[in-house]
Write a protein that binds this ligand. Structure first.
Ligand code: IPD
Ligand code: CA
Ligand code: CA
Ligand code: CA
Length: 266
C-alpha cells in the first residue's frame, strides 16, 4: 500500500529546501534565456530547482515518475502509477523582475487522480498543502470550504491578454465578465492564483492556455474545498496537454459558464 503520509513528509521537506536554495540564489547573477518568445523566460534557477527535486525523488522513490516544466525528466505518455507534476518556479517573470510572487508547485497523482498538492510561495514563506481527503492548509492554518459568491461580488483572475487583440479569442467575448464582476486581478503565477482561490482571496481564475504543471497542485486544493476545475468548455482537464482552464467556486463556475462563456470557441 502506498504510504502517502511518508510521500507528503518528503515532498514538504524538499519543497522547503528548494525554496531556501532559491532565496540564496538572489545574491548570485541570473542567467536569463527565452523559450517560445521574448517574454517566455527561463533561468538557471528554474532548471536547477527542477533538477534538485528530480534527484531527491529518484533517490527515495525510484518507481515514481516525474513530469516537469523544464523537461529534465523523461517524456510521459500516460499517467499510470505515481507521477509528480512539477513547476520549479511558477511565475518566472515575477522571479526575474520582482524577486517575489512566484512559487514552487508540486502535484502528486496516482493513475491520474490527485493525491497531494503543494504550492510554496517562497518569499512569503507560505506553504499551501493538501492531502486528498484531509483538508487544505496554508502553513498550519486549515482553509475553509469555499463559500459561493455571485459574479457582481467576485474577484476574477484574468490576464489582460485575453481582452486585447490576441490569436486565440475575440477579445470582446470576455468584456462583459470584466465589466460586471467586482474586479479582475492578474498575479503572474497561475499556481498562486489557485492557492488564492483556495484561501478565499480570489473567487475564480480563467485563462485560454495553461499547462499541467501550472495547475496540478492547485486543482487538488480547489476541488478539496468544493470548487470546480475544468476547461472553459466545462470539460475535465487532461493532465498531459495544454488546454484552456477555468477554476472557480462551485455556483460561480456555473454562472460564469452560462452567462459569459457560451460564445467562445475555445
Ligand atoms: C506562467 C505563469 C503565468 C501564466 C502562464 C504560465 P511560468 O508559468 O503561471 O501566470 O499566465 O500561462 O506559463 O512560465 O512562469 O512557470
Ligand atoms: Ca515557463
Ligand atoms: Ca508555470
Ligand atoms: Ca515555470
Amino acid at each position: 500500500m502506498t504510504n502517502w503520509l511518508e510521500i507528503d513528509k518528503y515532498a514538504k521537506e524538499w519543497i522547503k529546501e528548494a525554496g531556501a536554495r532559491i532565496i540564496k540564489s538572489f545574491s548570485s547573477e541570473l542567467i536569463i534565456q527565452t523559450k517560445s518568445n521574448k517574454n517566455d523566460l527561463v533561468t538557471q534557477i528554474d532548471k536547477g530547482t527542477e533538477e534538485f527535486l528530480i534527484n531527491k525523488i529518484n533517490k527515495v522513490f525510484p518507481s515514481h515518475r516525474i513530469l516537469g516544466e523544464e523537461g529534465l525528466s523523461e517524456e510521459l505518455e500516460d499517467l499510470k502509477g505515481i507521477v509528480w507534476i512539477i513547476d520549479p518556479i511558477d511565475g518566472t517573470m515575477n522571479f526575474v523582475h520582482m524577486q517575489r510572487d512566484f512559487a514552487i508547485s508540486i502535484g502528486i497523482y496516482e493513475d491520474g487522480v490527485g493525491k497531494i498538492g503543494l504550492i510554496y510561495d517562497v518569499v512569503a514563506d507560505e506553504l499551501y498543502h493538501v492531502r486528498k481527503g484531509n483538508g487544505v492548509f496554508m502553513n498550519d492554518i486549515r482553509l475553509l470550504p469555499l463559500k459561493d459568491t455571485a459574479v457582481d461580488e467576485a474577484i476574477i483572475g484574468l490576464n489582460a491578454t485575453w481582452v486585447t487583440k490576441n490569436k486565440r479569442i475575440d477579445p470582446t467575448i470576455l468584456e462583459p465578465l470584466v465589466k460586471e464582476s467586482r474586479g479582475t486581478r492578474s498575479f503572474g503565477s497561475a499556481c498562486l492564483e489557485l492557492a488564492y482561490i483556495a484561501a478565499g482571496r480570489m473567487d475564480a481564475y480563467l485563462t485560454l492556455r495553461l499547462s499541467p504543471w501550472d495547475y496540478a497542485a492547485g486543482k487538488i486544493m480547489v476541488e478539496e474545498l468544493g470548487g470546480k476545475v475544468t476547461t472553459l468548455r466545462n470539460e475535465p482537464l487532461d493532465l498531459l496537454t495544454q488546454q484552456s482552464f477555468f477554476a472557480s467556486k462551485p455556483g460561480l463556475h456555473d454562472e460564469i459558464l452560462q452567462k459569459y462563456l457560451k460564445e467562445g470557441n475555445w
